[in-house]
Design a protein around this ligand. Structure first.
Ligand code: COA
Length: 203
């Protein structure tokens, strides 16, 4: 069960990202971007676990070290289900005929002094489906979901100099700064993270 579909936004965002032309539109048509409710999220956990393992195997910094298996990855996603149920995490997935090929989490700040703030985390696209605009469309859906919930300031962190930093910069995210040795890469070596923010227009 999904709580919302962003098929139209997905199509619009290809244009907004500036990656022009028919290729973008056909790529957008291949997948649907959906916000999941708790039931849909729990059903998606095995697919999300495969995505997370695939990301770690591709060397991506997504909080885990090399050697992550699907059971542990599934446990991590399942651990977020209560937050999905209470609405403090809104998961977005990109779904193709063959299954889920991308995910991101919109994490709403819960303190009373930050009703306008949210974080973006776990932006992951299946390695076989990258560079076709899926992350761009997932982020557009998450932004729309943030604005709909009154969240007009988004934050995230990402590996300094990594492909995702370029993606976010291209989508209008601003850089606060880079912290050397912030986290370990999948092989256990310290690497820097760039902290970024984006202000969204209220509806
Ligand atoms: C980073 C990631 C989410 C990008 O997903 P994607 O669907 O391939 O991204 P898009 O197709 O929307 O890319 C949009 C733009 O981002 C930039 N970008 C994306 N991947 C890139 C790469 N490998 N190298 C350089 N730039 C890249 C480019 O500017 C790209 O536009 P272009 O293809 O027209 O040049 C994907 O590579 C991924 O899942 N990586 C592993 C997990 C990860 O590191 N997530 C980030 C956590 S902060």
């Amino acid at each position: 069960m999904t709580s919302a579909s962003y098929g139209t936004i997905a199509g619009m965002d290809g244009a907004r990202a500036g990656s022009s032309g028919d290729e973008d539109r056909s790529a957008a048509a291949r997948e649907r971007i959906e916000a999941l409710d708790e039931g849909g999220y729990r059903e998606a956990v095995p697919a999300l676990a495969r995505l997370l393992v695939d990301a770690v195997e591709s060397g991506a910094a997504v909080s885990f070290l090399a050697g992550l298996d699907e059971a542990r990855a599934a446990a991590w996603w399942a651990g977020r289900a209560p937050a999905v149920a209470d609405g403090s995490i809104v998961p977005y997935v990109a779904r193709r005929q063959e299954g889920i090929v991308g995910v991101t989490l919109l994490i709403l700040a819960t303190t009373e002094n930050a009703p306008h703030r949210a974080e973006i985390a776990k932006v992951i696209v299946a390695s076989a489906a990258r560079r076709s605009g899926i992350a761009t469309r997932l982020l557009a859906a998450a932004e729309a979901g943030a604005v709909a919930r009154g969240r007009t300031l988004l934050l995230l962190d990402t590996v300094t100099g990594g492909p995702a930093e370029r993606l976010y910069a291209r989508l209008g995210w601003r850089t606060t700064g880079s912290v050397p040795g912030y986290a370990l890469d999948v092989w256990g070596r310290p690497e820097a993270a760039t902290f970024m923010w984006k202000r969204l227009d209220p509806p």
